[in-house]
Design a protein around this ligand. Structure first.
Ligand SMILES: [Fe+2]
Length: 447
């Protein structure tokens, strides 16, 4: 589905591109057989555009097709660069909607035209480059490549904003992967210069030569993305297993993971650590798999032995997932998420900054989600009430800096409140206690 506003935007982009291309004139070039050069670059663009590579589990994808457009800028000029970009409309990706094809064709044509115009304006020579040309080409090409990347992302951002919530141009996680996309796009843009430079020696084969390492890299990225998806599926399966056992905490792992990521972004954690804390949030209670179900679902107060069994879950969690190599720092979050800043938590009784940062972050997200979720024996607290509780616990139970970071993040991002849990008809026993709720009486059992 494409919204009416997005359609209007696409029509405007197509119209502007059409007018600009129709009113521009071909640049004179000394490249032999310019039509053949144009067709080769169009084919190169089409091959690259048709084989986009997914970036990890996020929905973003990249393709090095801009290299073909920018090679055309140097070899043939702005108008030809627009014709190279326009072939995106013929992309062999079958799942594309007509609106996406039209938009992509117009967008890449416009980007090619803008990049070419910048290149010519800065007196970049339109020809097969020779050795002495590079000082003149370098600056003009760098500006052209930047213009291409910026125009590309701006136009995509426009259609994404106007078409949020529909299936077209899904860009989930765009914000977090934008620097990576910009960097990779600029990198691939440089390949345009390589193609143009090699043209003097190899002619059209320079395009083929550039394609080989690109496709090797694409294959490697594809493998990596596949691996990431397998990791995410494994994490989800473990989460599902925990939630099957403890029905009333359904969705808790996902929400704690989201809260931990919100805090991580707020405190400017690196993207690798943010990915790791996402897993830690999902799996923080995986150790409940090692706690007897009748204890997790018991009606009535817990005995001391039963509290002790529950308090073993961080250690059990560590035992379950410690062999999963990619979790690294996430293991600290899983093992120590019930430590308290005042040293009265478990399992180790660590205090202050002895508690690993991941655990301090998860503790806040965990308590907040617990308080804002409905349980069978109590209603959910409102977000302001839960925030008050976090503030009350800052300095004793929670790291005050992490609490403040989370509260700031809640101003910017919406919190996914849990739907009230309903027990299946055949589930008659329900839990009456929640070990994550910071307003529940503190009971620490020393095993
Ligand atoms: Fe826990």
């Amino acid at each position: 589905m494409v919204s009416r506003a997005a359609w209007l935007y696409i029509v405007v982009v197509v119209a502007i591109t059409g007018v600009l291309v129709a009113t521009s004139r071909p640049t004179s070039t000394h490249v032999p057989h310019p039509i053949i050069v144009l067709i080769v670059l169009q084919l190169l663009f089409l091959v690259c555009d048709s084989a986009k590579t997914p970036l990890t589990s996020r929905q973003t994808k990249w393709s090095p097709s801009s290299a073909a457009t920018l090679a055309a800028v140097i070899l043939l000029g702005p108008m030809a660069a627009a014709f190279v970009g326009a072939v995106s409309v013929l992309s062999l990706r079958r799942q594309l909607l007509i609106a996406e094809r039209l938009f992509n064709g117009a967008m890449y044509a416009l980007c090619g035209l803008a990049a070419g115009a910048a290149y010519v304006k800065l007196k970049g020579p339109v020809k097969v480059p020779e050795f002495g040309d590079f000082p003149k080409i370098a600056v003009a090409f760098a500006v052209a490549a930047t213009v291409h990347v910026v125009a590309n992302h701006t136009l995509i951002w426009g259609v994404y904003r106007l078409n949020r919530g529909s299936g077209m141009l899904r860009r989930e996680g765009l914000e977090s992967s934008l620097p990576l996309l910009l960097a990779s796009d600029l990198g691939y843009a440089c390949l345009g210069l390589v193609i143009a430079a090699l043209w003097m020696i190899m002619g059209p084969f320079s395009a083929v030569l550039v394609l080989v390492p690109l496709f090797v890299a694409r294959w490697a990225m594809g493998q990596f993305a596949e691996q990431q998806r397998a990791y995410a599926a494994t994490m989800n399966a473990l989460c599902q297993a925990v939630e099957t056992k403890d029905y009333y905490t359904r969705g808790h792992g996902d929400r704690v993971s989201r809260g931990a990521v919100m805090i991580a972004r707020q405190i400017a954690m690196s993207s690798d650590r943010t990915d790791a804390i996402r897993f830690a949030g999902m799996l923080h209670d995986v150790g409940k798999l090692g706690v007897p179900t009748q204890v997790l679902q018991k009606t009535g107060p817990l005995t001391e032995d039963e509290y002790a069994a529950i308090q073993l879950h961080p250690m059990r969690g560590l035992e379950i997932v410690r062999e999963i190599g990619f979790l690294y720092e996430a293991l600290n979050g899983i093992m120590h998420h019930h430590e308290r800043i005042d040293g009265r938590g478990y399992p180790m009784g660590l205090a202050g900054h002895e508690i690993p940062e991941f655990a301090r972050v998860i503790a806040v997200a965990d308590a907040f989600d617990s308080m804002t979720s409905t349980r069978s024996y109590r209603e959910a607290k409102s977000i302001p009430m839960a925030i008050d509780e976090l503030r009350r616990g800052a300095g004793t139970q929670f790291d005050p800096l992490i609490v403040e970071a989370f509260i700031k993040a809640l101003d910017v991002e919406e919190w996914p409140l849990s739907a009230p849990a309903r027990a299946p008809a055949d589930l008659t026993i329900v839990t009456v206690q929640d070990h994550d709720d910071p307003t529940a009486p503190l009971q620490v059992v020393i095993p």
